[in-house]
Each structure stands twice: as structure tokens, then as C-alpha cells.
Design a binder for this molecule. Structure first.
Ligand SMILES: C[S@@+](CC[C@H](N)C(=O)[O-])C[C@H]1O[C@@H](n2cnc3c(N)ncnc32)[C@H](O)[C@@H]1O
Length: 298
């Protein structure tokens, strides 16, 4: 089975405006689709560093001396690039979220299609798992996870039901979780609600929102002036953070105005929001929610 079919391949790499001798980073290597395209456009002196926290992605490492794959979380991008002697880069690409491979391997627990242990860790080194979130979180924390990350209006009822069920026995598998929550999963909305519940737990397990914020802030520090930032997100929570930071240089609120009433912002937005066309969605259904934003460091 194919590891991952890259989404918005050309517009995302075009967004980096690659200089043949530049240094680039692909923080979500996965099956290496975007990385291969970056290498194709780089000259012999260019360099590409890639990150993936999933050990499975290491098998896709590209045999190219301009390429280095780092099996770490991109929340540590600055630290690991520094370890490799890199302080400034010309472009950073992020294709956020989960790879098709992670969805397609039943034991990883990411897909609503299979029964599996409650796992959902993107990195095998992660201590927090879906099992721990479901069985150990206080009710109010479960409520927050479902509300904030799943945008589920009935978050309080879902949290209460889980807490009551696990008093008798731990909830070990995804099928057991579905059984516990079955009264909130009527046939008509079952797939949609399940997707929201899984998304919420997955974001919590992998601390995706905090990680994204840390990564974006560090990206700004390590991009050279004129360096490009090309980011694909797959749900509105991620996209909102990316959009606000590009526009305002902060995640909340508005930047201060200078004496003349102008904002001082660190990025210039390049082009409009890009989404896949119908042809791409037809051959790759996972592209359907993708949103690409491109910015240049001022
Ligand atoms: C959507 S896939 C990327 C696919 C890739 N662009 C390709 O063309 O094959 C996202 C990948 O990023 C990795 N990933 C997600 N969050 C990460 C993080 N915080 N640190 C490192 N890798 C991460 C996942 O393990 C997954 O392999």
C-alpha cells in the first residue's frame, strides 16, 4: 500500500520559491513526497533537513547527500537544526496532521474503520496515549478536549458517559469506546461525530495545538529575511493559528500600531489561500480539507 500521496504538491513547494543553494526544512516528512520535489529543485549545494516523529517514516529516508532526516518532534526544530550547525533557513514546509500510512495501519488506532487498542500516538516515544486520555483524564479535562478540539456541543455528556462507564472497567479499545458512546452516534451522523471524537482525542494525545504554536514561533526565528513558510492544515483550529500568526505575528489579539498607526508584522502574506481542486480531491479524498497558506519573512 502507498505510504502517502502528497497533497497540493506543486503549489506547496512553489510557495517556498526555492533558491538552488538554499537551506530548506520539511517538518512533516511522512512518505517524502514534498521532500522529493524540494530536492528535485535544489542545486548540488542546496540542503534539505526533514523531521518526522514517527519511526515508520524512517524507512522512506531519501538516499541523497543533500538530505538529512531527523526522527524528532518539530516542536524542537530550532534545537535540532542548531545541532546540525544550522541557524538560518530559506524555507520551511509543513503538511500537518496524520499520514495515510498512520490511518491505514489498524493498530495505530487513528482510523474509525478498525477496532484497535486506544493508541493514536504519532511517535512511539510519546507517553500519553488515547488509553490514558480516555481512562485517566478528569471529567472536566475530557470535556475540554471534546469541546475545544472536536468542537462537539455535547462535550459534557460525552465526558460524563465515559467517566461513568470506566468506573466498572477500563475502556481499552476503539470499539469499546464506540460502544460506551453509542447513544450519541445515531446512524445519520455517526461518521461525522466519530471523526470529531477521534480528532479531539488525537489532538490531545499528540498535543498538536501547543506543538504547532511552538513550531510557528521558532520558524519565525530561524527563517532568514525573505525566507518562505508554506503550511498545509487540515482542520479549522490549525488553520486559524497559522492564519492569525501570518497576519498579526501573534496567535491572539492584535499587534501594536506604530506612531503612524501601522502594524508591524513579521510576515508578508503571499497569494491567497490555496485549496485542492476537484480533480485532486477525486484521486485523493484525504486532500478534501486541506488549506495551504504561504508567507514570507520580512
Ligand atoms: C500529512 S503527513 C505528511 C506527508 C508528507 N508531506 C508526504 O508527502 O508524504 C504528516 C507527517 O508528519 C508527521 N508529524 C506530525 N506531527 C509531527 C510533529 N509534531 N513532529 C514531527 N513529525 C510530525 C506525522 O508523523 C506524519 O508522518
Amino acid at each position: 500500500m502507498e505510504y502517502h500521496n502528497p497533497v497540493l504538491l506543486h503549489p506547496t513547494v512553489d510557495g517556498l520559491n526555492i533558491k538552488p543553494d538554499g537551506i530548506y526544512v520539511d517538518v512533516t516528512f511522512g512518505g517524502g513526497g514534498h521532500s522529493k520535489e524540494i530536492l528535485r529543485r535544489l542545486g548540488p549545494n542546496g540542503k534539505l533537513f526533514a523531521f518526522d516523529q514517527d519511526e515508520d517514516a524512517l524507512a522512506n529516508a531519501l538516499p541523497d547527500e543533500r538530505f538529512t532526516l531527523i526522527n524528532e518532534n518539530f516542536r524542537f526544530i530550532k534545537r535540532f537544526l542548531r545541532f546540525h550547525g544550522v541557524r538560518g533557513v530559506d524555507g520551511i514546509l509543513a503538511d500537518l496532521g496524520v499520514s495515510s500510512h498512520q490511518f491505514d495501519v489498524p493498530e495505530r488506532g487513528f482510523s474509525t474503520r478498525f477496532d484497535a487498542d486506544l493508541d493514536m500516538r504519532m511517535s512511539q516515544k510519546n507517553d500519553l496515549s488515547a488509553y490514558r486520555v480516555v481512562n485517566e483524564y478528569e471529567e472536566q479535562d475530557l470535556r475540554r478536549v471534546f469541546f475545544d478540539y472536536g468542537e462537539l456541543k455535547n462535550a459534557p455528556a460525552l465526558a460524563r458517559t465515559i467517566v461513568e462507564a470506566r468506573r466498572d472497567y477500563p475502556i481499552k479499545t476503539t470499539d469499546e469506546l464506540k460502544e460506551v458512546l453509542k447513544k450519541y452516534l445515531p446512524e445519520k451522523v455517526r461518521n461525522k461525530v466519530l471523526a470529531q471524537i477521534y480528532q479531539a482525542i488525537r489532538i490531545e494525545v499528540n498535543q498538536e495545538m501547543d506543538v504547532l504554536k511552538e513550531f510557528i514561533e521558532q520558524s519565525l526565528e530561524i527563517l532568514n529575511p525573505g525566507g518562505r513558510f508554506s503550511v498545509i492544515s487540515y482542520h479549522s483550529l490549525e488553520d486559524r493559528l497559522v492564519k492569525r500568526f501570518i497576519k498579526n505575528g501573534m496567535f491572539e489579539g492584535e499587534p501594536e500600531r506604530d506612531f503612524y498607526g501601522n502594524f508591524s508584522v513579521p510576515f508578508k502574506t503571499i497569494g491567497k489561500l490555496i485549496v485542492p481542486d476537484d480533480a485532486e480531491i477525486k484521486i485523493n479524498n484525504r486532500a478534501r480539507s486541506a488549506k495551504l497558506r504561504i508567507a514570507e519573512k520580512i
